[in-house]
Design a protein around this ligand. Structure first.
Ligand SMILES: NC(=O)N[C@@H](CC(=O)O)C(=O)O
Ligand SMILES: [Zn+2]
Ligand SMILES: [Zn+2]
Length: 346
């Protein structure tokens, strides 16, 4: 008997769509399966004002295939110069859903990010007042901190102090990669959520480094030890309301990934739902895929779950995907889990 699984249409609570030719190439990949996505603002230059967010939203809508059932949920990139009134107006009108905090220098296109967290305190207080969530790239950037420790140190030295100083601020810990991240997210009550990517459920740091360096597995935060991957698997498959899918699908062309100083980011928009069905089946948790991909995220953001559905079918022959998509600027490699996957979106 063929096994099928029907879910409310999933959403992606952390997505990079880029701009220009790349946007046109990757937007259809997300729109095929996802109903909504939180759109990351780390363009060059970043999306820092309401006017820029509106213009970017329009470019995204223009890049969608005709009849696509996909709503971009826009974000502003928090800088030390963010105007609280502009932010509040953009939130009140429904133009933006959240604000994104990048510590300066932490990741791709984060140079305009925050250096001194005291300088954004008034903005954070305003966000707590108006109920606008803060999405956080949670890594410290101090050169003396080992890259594998950057998330855990951020939680203790930046995130926890910010949350204590700003009661009522709703925070999403983006793309958590550690057991410490899982534990902290769990301890935070209903004002704290955490997204987990598809690739961090599949790879650990050995996959990046053993047997030759694999640039297409390099992303930030970098994948950690196996014990951390297992903690993420346990959290994602738990069904707990705190944890929801944010793919962090982050396309870079092969030329930019496969070079002496390669860009960080895994491109998973194309095959995420098949991969997640595989992961949840492996952990005997197929019944908890829907909370992770389709229910917990909207609940955190105070939005209804999607009305339409998506059906996955388990087939005998492995599903096939293009190994690369053409971005117009060159090929982008689709994340390869390294094992056959039998769940197809039908
Ligand atoms: N995750 C990544 O490795 N890269 C993201 C930025 C980010 O989410 O940190 C990107 O924009 O390429
Ligand atoms: Zn990030
Ligand atoms: Zn990201």
């Amino acid at each position: 008997m063929t096994q099928t699984l029907t879910l409310r249409r999933p959403d992606d609570w952390h997505l990079h769509l880029r701009d220009g030719a790349m946007l046109s190439a990757v937007a259809p990949e997300s729109a095929r399966h996802f109903g909504r996505a939180i759109i990351m603002p780390n363009l060059v230059p970043p999306v820092v004002t309401g006017a820029q967010a509106a213009a970017y939203r329009d470019r995204i809508l223009a890049a969608l295939p005709e009849g696509a059932d996909f709503k971009p949920l826009m974000t502003l990139y928090l800088t030390e110069d963010t105007d609280p009134d502009d932010l509040a107006a953009a939130h009140a009108s429904g133009l933006i859903t959240a604000v994104k905090l990048y510590p300066a220098g932490a990741t791709t296109n984060s140079n305009s990010g925050v250096r001194n967290f005291d300088n954004v305190r008034p903005v954070l207080e305003r966000m707590a007042e108006i109920g606008c969530p803060l999405c956080v790239h949670g890594e410290v950037t101090a050169p003396e901190i080992d890259i594998f420790d950057r998330e855990a140190v951020f939680i203790d030295t930046v995130l926890d102090p910010i949350r204590r100083a700003t009661p009522g601020l709703r925070v999403v810990m983006e793309h958590i990669t550690t057991k410490q991240g899982v534990d902290y997210a769990r301890s935070g009550g209903t004002d704290l959520g955490a997204t987990i990517t598809t690739h961090h459920l599949i790879i650990n740091r050995n996959h990046i480094l053993v047997g030759g360096i694999k640039p297409h597995y390099y992303c930030l935060p970098v994948a950690k030890r196996e014990e951390h991957r297992l903690a993420l698997r346990e959290a994602a498959t738990s069904g707990e309301a705190t944890f929801f899918l944010g793919t962090d699908s982050a396309p870079h062309t092969d030329a930019l990934k496969e070079q002496a100083c390669g860009c960080a980011g895994c491109f998973t928009a194309t095959n995420t739902m098949s991969l997640l069905a595989h992961v949840f089946e492996e952990d005997c948790a197929l019944d908890r895929l829907e909370p992770f991909t389709s229910l917990n995220g909207p609940a955190f953001y105070g939005l209804p779950a999607n009305e339409t559905t998506l059906t996955l079918t388990r087939q005998d022959t492995p599903v096939t995907y293009p190994s690369k998509i053409d971005s117009g600027d060159g090929p982008v490699t689709v994340f390869d889990p390294g094992f056959p996957v039998h769940w197809a979106v039908t």
